[in-house]
Design a protein around this ligand. Sequence first.
Ligand code: FES
Length: 170
Amino acid sequence: MNPTKNSVSRRQFLNYTLTGVGGFMGAAMVAPMLGFAVDPLLQAESGGDFISVMSVDDITETPQKKEFQVDQKDGWYETKVTRVAWIFRSGEDEILALSPVCTHLGCTVGWDSNPEYENEFFCPCHNGRYDEKGVNIPGTPPTAPLPAYETRVQDGTLFLSPRAQARGGA
Ligand code: FES
């Protein structure tokens, strides 16, 4: 092999070297700026902290409507959002906290609000019905149970997750 054929000229060597070093330095400067600019958008929304809602002693078998505030992050913006839950005891040690958002088309569901359907959650928009545990009654428009907040009890206080989650069911 002839070494002179594959040799790199001084000009080429300088070109490669300066391009490489320049590119590296540029990337080193731009990457942190890019990360800072895009970071809030890339952050997966964490579940967030649980929110104190009411004393456990005040929870009854009859659902009670409670409002609570949640911090919501949307990119760079942080706002307070009001959430609503129907909270009640269901069975011995079970506490349920249900979202009032109808799983049909999102209207607001009330407890025992229609005299024709006592002890049920009822949605007035299209006569959607849910039983006393918030499970949709077959043959009515909702196709899934009311979503539920995750519950935690600490020092006699009920804490709820910031968001209600869908439940499987009828
Ligand atoms: S939105 Fe509730 S039944 Fe349609």
